[in-house]
Design a protein around this ligand. Structure first.
Ligand SMILES: [Zn+2]
Length: 435
């Protein structure tokens, strides 16, 4: 079994309560795909090395070791459409740009777009992501090869359900036995999928033991449409159908009534907050501070690159916090450490890996990132957590380990020729636009 030792590091394990000391100088030892030891000081490190003489040694002076970030809502293959149609009204954007582009994409194009998205995320310290798109069965191999932890949600509408359901079975067969890739059932939303087809999705998820995800209360139009059709809110509608539980990731949750908020808490739904996307396409501001204080499981995500336009989770953390401060008129809203918990500890619940992911503790999965603190925008250090959340950038991440495997080292990603990838992406995009 391979082993890794991060020594002389500042360690931020994300296990401390809000009012306790959060980080210390120490070391982290990994054996196989698990964290074996996380300790302050240096005394135990020699003992670890003696027990694991082949351990890869990373001297982390001036560096921070912390859990990898969890992005709980993404359409990674939409990197191909990054910058293709900005500053356009929603319906024109979908009808004239996004949907025609997507209609001309092949499964290989989607795999290529996902490759670019995963490269961007890994280099930025995202070790787990939840995806929602087409051809996810084709993408199992991509996620496996690149070493990221992924939940691949097979997106369906009423119009393509019979095409997608066999893909879900194929994807699940391809991912079976994988430690890192989970498949999920992903109805697009309650306004584009009928109650019957939402329930068919639920049935399939139950039969295969899969989680679900969907867009919930993202826009005012959605709330209006559901109100006209069913006489209730999107959250009430999904609750009546029995879809709300801890196995559902509800993306956006911008427009909620007080009752909706209580329901999401009671049903233990995993809420995925996408602040920059909500801002860019003028969806509104999600009541994250109220959800959080009511006890909801709130996580953070980038959404796709058409509505963001990057996959930088550090920016997302900063935006989430600043947006709540601005929205509530309270500068104490969504403090830095709580924002970081959303992207680590809470994100683990999206995967059903609470306590095993998003924390550094013995027995947890070895998803670890090293952040270089020797950067002008990260000095001086009055409060390390504040620096990370309010100043951190994807490009500060130096080394990334997922499931005990070093996938990024010195900001280089293993097994990827980036120039070749950029050329392939450019060629695919030209072909799709010309078609
Ligand atoms: Zn989305």
């Amino acid at each position: 079994m391979t082993s890794i030792l991060f020594r002389n590091a500042t360690v931020l394990p994300m296990t401390a309560e809000a009012d306790a000391p959060k980080y210390f100088t120490g070391w982290v030892g990994i054996v196989g795909n698990r964290i074996e030891r996380v300790e302050a000081g240096d005394a135990g490190a020699d003992e670890f090395l003696a027990a694991h003489p082949d351990a890869r040694l990373f001297d982390c002076r001036g560096k921070l070791v912390m859990p990898g970030l969890v992005n709980t809502h993404c359409h990674a293959a939409m990197t191909l459409q990054r910058g293709y149609a900005d500053d356009i009204a929603l319906m024109e954007w979908l009808n004239d740009y996004i949907w025609p582009f997507e209609g001309r994409q092949t499964a290989d194009d989607v795999a290529l777009g996902m490759t670019l998205g995963i490269v961007e995320m890994l280099l930025g310290g995202v070790t787990s992501f939840v995806d929602m798109y087409y051809h996810e069965d084709r993408c199992v191999e991509v996620a496996e090869r690149m070493g990221i932890r992924a939940m691949l949600g097979c997106n369906y509408f009423d119009s393509n359900i019979d095409e997608v359901f066999p893909q879900i079975e194929r994807a699940e067969a391809a991912a079976a036995g994988s430690l890192r890739v989970q498949i999920a059932v992903a109805p697009h939303s309650a306004y584009t999928v009928s109650p019957e087809n939402l329930l068919r999705g639920r049935k399939l998820a139950d039969r295969l033991g899969l989680r679900m995800m969907t867009h919930v209360a993202e826009t005012r139009d959605e709330v209006r449409i559901i109100g006209e059709r069913f006489g209730c809110t999107p959250v009430e509608h999904l609750d009546r159908l029995g879809l709300l539980d801890e196995r559902l990731i509800a993306a956006h949750c911008v427009h909620l009534t007080d009752d909706d908020l209580r329901t999401l808490v009671e049903r233990r739904v995993v809420v995925s907050h996408n602040p920059q996307s909500n801002m860019k396409i003028s969806s509104g501001v999600a009541p994250v501070e109220r959800l959080r204080k009511a006890g909801a499981c709130v996580t953070v995500a980038t959404d796709g690159t058409c509505s963001n336009n990057d996959l930088d989770m550090w920016e997302e953390l900063r935006t989430a916090s600043f947006l709540q401060k601005s929205y509530t008129g309270d500068p104490c809203a969504l403090p830095a450490y709580e924002a970081l918990r959303m992207a680590t500890v809470n994100g683990a619940r999206a995967f059903g890996l609470e306590g095993l992911l998003g924390v550094l503790r013995p027995g947890a999965l070895a998803d670890v990132v090293v952040v270089d603190l020797r950067k002008p925008h990260l000095q001086p250090v009055h409060d390390l957590v504040g620096n990370l959340v309010y100043c951190g950038k994807a490009s500060d991440v130096e080394t990334v380990v997922v499931d005990g495997r070093v996938v990024v080292e010195k900001r280089q990603i293993e097994g990827i020729d980036l120039e070749r990838l950029y050329a392939d992406v450019a060629a695919a995009v030209e072909r799709i636009k010309r078609a």
